[in-house]
Design a protein around this ligand. Structure first.
Ligand code: SAH
Length: 366
């Protein structure tokens, strides 16, 4: 299935929903769910600790629960993700997992271990409706939204592998989560916010991560950015800009036909003002398409003196695309132009290209 150029899909096709999971629920909802199963409400706290702190769903390990309760309570911990394929590179410190969901939908997540931290790149939708022509996920269209627990499970799976010492470098923890896998997180707003809450809420409520370590990356759904700013969750906002002018951005990021560069940048500045968080501008450098020095100059003028940081991403190849990464000299000139305007800029060290696990390469095929 492929989408006609420029077509946007906001509403996910109606599909059967995945089974209800502990991670879908707030603590109050978990207590109610446990009571419905005929168990004492405080069992919800115990079960939550097993899942979020000890990272286990195995009733056999829940020795603080009576045997009969374990069986009943395990109804709240259904298996949502089945690993289909695992590919590793960088000596095992980058690993991409292909997951099958209960209805056969496929998604991918990527774990990246650096000397000082571990970042997990997670999916928020199976497929994507935003149709950016340089992104492999966008070409396949939107299959469905993921549930909160399906999103959280990707992080828990990574945390488990790290805790068990399965990733070279010894036992470790997930420090950062980036919503840069498959999907447009702000088009699946409610489930994504639920997942972020589970990630930042302290145990037994959730995983107890720092909101600062979580990055929500968006094509620029302006009303949703405004809403996110009011959640009281100081996550990092990444805006996939890719062009400073509407004419080009209309084609590279089709959502630009709804919300223009000026509008989306205003939304980003409002986000920065409210959260005091530096906004990250993502810009994939595509040879002879968006890497001209005059575009760097225009971008610099638009964003200078703002609470901002530019992340340049050398374009990763995707099947069927004629586009490639910029020449090194053009990349350097682009960086220099932005620096001339005093804009902080880095070039992303792209991991996982060898396993089609880098930005824009997640297409989830078996
Ligand atoms: N839908 C969200 C998150 C997923 S993509 C978004 O667009 O922001 C994560 C980042 O990878 C985005 O900045 C996206 O534009 C970028 N990207 C997509 N395809 C790419 C490619 N082929 N090479 C480099 N970056 C790419």
């Amino acid at each position: 299935m492929s989408q006609p150029p420029g077509q946007l899909t906001f509403v996910a096709p109606r599909r059967a929903k995945p089974a209800r999971h502990l991670a879908d629920l707030s603590m109050a909802e978990r207590r109610a769910a446990v009571a419905e199963l005929g168990e004492k409400a405080f069992r919800a706290d115990q079960l939550s600790r097993h899942y979020f702190e000890r990272l286990t769903t195995d009733p056999g390990q829940m020795t603080d629960l009576p045997a009969a309760s374990r069986e009943k309570l395990s109804a709240l911990l259904p298996d949502l993700l089945t690993p289909v394929k695992e590919l590793t590179t960088d000596g095992g410190t980058t690993r991409k997992t292909l997951w099958k969901l209960f209805d056969g939908a496929l998604v991918e997540s990527v774990l990246m271990r650096y000397p000082d931290r571990v970042t997990m790149c997670v999916s928020s939708q199976a497929g994507c409706g935003m149709n950016c022509p340089f992104c492999a996920t966008g070409q396949a269209g939107l299959t469905r939204n993921m549930s909160t627990a399906e999103i959280v499970e990707q992080v828990v799976a990574g945390a488990r592998a790290l805790a068990a010492g399965q990733v070279p470098g010894g036992p470790g923890r997930v420090n950062n989560v980036v919503f840069m896998g498959m999907g447009e997180p702000l088009a699946n707003y409610k489930q994504v916010i639920g997942a972020v809450r589970r990630m930042v809420d302290p145990a037994p409520h959730g995983l107890g991560m720092s909101a600062r370590g979580i990055t929500v990356s968006t094509v620029g759904l302006v009303p949703a950015i405004a809403k996110l700013a009011d959640e009281g969750l100081p996550v990092t906002l990444a805006l996939s800009l890719h062009a400073p002018d509407d004419e080009l951005r209309d084609t590279l990021v089709p959502i630009n036909t709804r919300w223009k560069v000026a509008e989306v940048l205003d939304a980003a500045w409002a986000y920065a003002a409210k959260t005091k968080r530096r906004v990250s501008i993502e810009y994939a450098l595509i040879k002879d398409i968006n890497d001209h020095e005059w575009r760097a100059d225009l971008l610099g003028k638009l964003i200078k003196n703002k609470l901002v940081h530019v992340n340049l991403i050398p374009l990763n190849p995707t099947p069927g695309s004629k586009w490639t990464a910029s020449r090194p000299e053009d990349e350097r000139a682009f960086v220099r132009r932005l620096q001339f305007h005093g804009v902080p800029v880095t070039v992303r060290d792209t991991r996982g290209r060898e396993i089609d696990g880098a930005c824009g390469q997640l297409a989830a095929a078996e």
